[in-house]
Design a protein around this ligand. Structure first.
Ligand SMILES: [Fe+2]
Length: 146
């Protein structure tokens, strides 16, 4: 199970809402593993998770491009690596079912993603966007004073 905590909050509503939904979907997957459900159900849970995370990554990348985030390329490379790892996980479970190797890789990919990417990379992005908004507000205040 993955537990949501305050250190994951970015303060950007859209991103936070999507991250919370991702945690919920990841936990559905964990649940399917714990119950040792059949491969069809694991595949269903993988699809349920994938559908949302892929859309979320695209949204985040769009937000970064629009904000001219200076670390966009690096951040996107991390998203690409996640997508590649996830595709590998899908192939693995399809071919061999739920093996020890699969669970190890699954934990490495999903837990690390939720724990580190959200806590570090996405926080960095959130800080940048907040600074951007503050300077825009300052600019507006400045132009209003003339
Ligand atoms: Fe991200």
């Amino acid at each position: 199970m993955f537990y949501w905590d305050d250190s994951l909050i970015t303060g950007i509503k859209e991103i936070d809402n999507e991250h919370i939904e991702l945690c919920k979907r990841a936990n559905k997957l964990f649940d399917a593993f714990v119950k040792g459900n059949i491969v069809e159900e694991i595949n269903f849970s993988m699809n349920y998770f994938e559908e949302y995370i892929y859309a979320h990554l695209k949204n985040e990348e769009k937000l970064q491009r629009e904000a001219n985030f200076p670390k966009y390329e690096l951040h996107k490379l991390k998203h690409d690596a996640f997508r590649e790892n996830f595709e590998e996980l899908k192939k693995l479970v399809k071919a061999r079912g739920i093996t020890y190797n699969f669970v190890q890789k699954f934990n490495g990919t999903i837990i690390e993603w939720l724990s580190f990417h959200l806590r570090e990379d996405d926080q960095e992005l959130a800080e940048y966007i907040k600074t951007l908004h503050k300077s825009k507000i300052n600019e507006l205040n400045l132009s209003n004073s003339f």
